[in-house]
Design a protein around this ligand. Structure first.
Ligand SMILES: CCCCCCCCCCCCCC(=O)SCCNC(=O)CCNC(=O)[C@H](O)C(C)(C)COP(=O)(O)OP(=O)(O)OC[C@H]1O[C@@H](n2cnc3c(N)ncnc32)[C@H](O)[C@@H]1OP(=O)(O)O
Length: 243
């Protein structure tokens, strides 16, 4: 059962200095992250199941006791090695052009991707101009004992803020990301995130975010997202073509 206090509802508050972005434009910009669709076929459902099994495998390996039965560890190392070779022998994404579903971040991202065993995976949801997310980090993400490694704390913010920059009306690259880790982020517990754009100047968008465990603020972040010059030129050429 969740012990999380509801986060304050800020979905109807517009920040000064942030453009009003039509809901359909926001939905289009966010569609690579959220909503996560149902698998588009049995192959993709099986791939998601494989990724989930691999997550359990990684956590189990991380927790395997070196003082336990060395022969048993050697034996499962052989099995896992054989399994890795079997999976590598299956048809690979390297052998064909990826389709749109393969390319979506809710599929492939190392933070939210259902098909990526590195992803906890985080769950993202749009709430007006705000992006909300939650994740449970297992033992594989441990830095300080019982707590999430700071690099993963920052990576989770980058993903949530990466989608929240859509509130500027365009997408860019993370130019900088500053994370203040006020308390440790716990393992094995739901961590909640919220992020939104606070300022936009030309192709630059500033985003802030917060994370909570058990309703308590554990970290906050500020980042700058910049739409690359080359893409701005493409945007302008497309707009001129449509005019
Ligand atoms: C990109 C499109 C879509 C992506 C969506 C899918 C996301 C995938 C995953 C999502 C996961 C989450 C996302 C990720 O993980 S994104 C992956 C991690 N980030 C990167 O790899 C970014 C690498 N850097 C770059 O590509 C370029 O440097 C960028 C594109 C950022 C700017 O290069 P560009 O040549 O275009 O621009 P410019 O250099 O003329 O600068 C322009 C303006 O910006 C200001 N400035 C620049 N940097 C900084 C800085 N550090 N602090 C303060 N200010 C900075 C600069 O002063 C100037 O200001 P002004 O003088 O005009 O006032």
């Amino acid at each position: 059962m969740s012990t999380i206090e509801p986060l304050p509802d800020k979905s109807s508050e517009a920040s000064p200095g942030v453009p009003e972005v039509p809901a359909d434009v926001l939905a289009e910009l966010r569609s690579t992250w959220t909503p996560r669709p149902a698998p588009d076929g049995p192959g993709r459902a099986a791939r998601h199941r494989l990724a989930e099994a691999a997550r359990r495998l990684v956590e189990a390996v991380k927790l395997a006791d070196a003082e336990g039965d060395a022969d048993a560890l050697q034996s499962v190392a052989d099995d896992v090695s054989d399994l890795a070779a079997r999976i590598a022998a299956l048809p690979s994404l390297r052998d064909r052009e990826p389709n749109l579903a393969d390319l979506q971040l809710h599929e492939r991202s190392p933070l939210v991707g259902a098909a990526n065993p590195l992803a906890p995976p985080m769950e993202l949801e749009a709430d007006g101009p705000v992006i909300r997310a939650h994740a449970v980090f297992n033992a594989a993400y441990e830095g300080p004992l019982g707590r999430v490694h700071g690099g993963y704390v920052a990576a989770a913010f980058d993903e949530v803020m990466g989608v929240a920059q859509s509130g500027s009306g365009r997408l860019g690259m993370t130019a900088y990301l500053t994370v203040r880790m006020k308390r440790s982020t716990p393992l094995h517990e739901r961590v909640d995130y919220e992020a939104e754009v606070t300022r936009v100047e030309g192709r630059k968008a500033w985003v802030t975010a917060r994370s909570y465990a058990g309703g308590v603020l554990v970290a906050d972040a500020e980042g700058l997202f910049v739409r690359p010059r080359a893409l701005v030129l493409q945007d302008e050429a497309r707009a001129a073509g449509e005019a």
